[in-house]
Write a protein of this length. Sequence first.
Length: 356
Amino acid sequence: MIFRQLSDPQSSTYSYLLGDADTGEALLIDPVYEEAPRDAALVRELELKLLYTLETHVHADHVSGAWNLKHRLGSQILVSVEGGAEGADRYLEDGETVQFGKRHLHIRATPGHTRGCLTYVLDDQTMAFTGDCLLIRGCGRTDFQQGDARALYRSVHERIFSLPGSCLLYPGHDYRGLTVSSVAEERRFNPRLGGALSENDFVGYMENLGLPHPKQMEIAVPANLKCGRREGADAPAETPDWAPINLTFAGIWEVQPHWVQEQLHELRVIDVREPAEYDGPLGHIPGAESIPLGMLSARAGQISRDLPLIAVCRAGGRSAQATVILRKAGIERVANLAGGMLRWRALHLVVEGGRD
């Protein structure tokens, strides 16, 4: 079997590509919208046919890439019948199987984080994909999207911990860089659900987490209830070939900081912060031209187009608007710096000015 674990650094989401080596038939679990070009490229390079994208639940922290990949590769969208999403090709129920070549996944309903959570178990029970139901040494929260702490406890103990101890568990997220666990490990070491912790212990723990709602929830949940389809879009935009660009769900082309630093000599960087910010504590990217956002429309015609343009601000919001302004001015090779100067500095990339 072909297996790849893929990561989206922005949302710390894992996606999983599984393929049958003999037939080339494959499926992808929990794709991310912005990573669809990467995922499609990998499928093509491995000479696979992507039959399905599967969701473990309706996500609140990222937008699904299911609709995007359906248009790129012709894959069908599979979601839980309990999730409430519209526009899927197949609605999955507990006990069903999903076939890809000579292999298949068993569907186990594991509600609790959300009402429609599913865990996908490989046919020989050597691997299971738990989404946010069971994380490595943790679990998904239960305080929104029909969450239910008691249901989650029972789902984990009855539907996941009942698998062989050697079964490898692959979560929907990890914020520390951990990639895989096992049933035996989580039975013993999970601080919320393992050991001798009772259902009442777990409920008391979950009721006192006090976490803020995910930052992307207002965007992600409505989009994922439409399987990741952008409002008013008939098909995904074609990806430009001048850079490794991702299209955000908001329709903004973005590039990552490390690539920008590596290509600085072949790019023109436009810093749209105010002058005091440009010369302030965060510093600025070497060679960046300072044009505050409020002046950009008036000066767009004066900007040379001999090199691709990268717009940057403090955190990526104003520079996203800058790319819209520049595109309206007829500049096609333009992208936003993902995360702005805050992420640039967090990655310890080169700056002029500023202070530690």
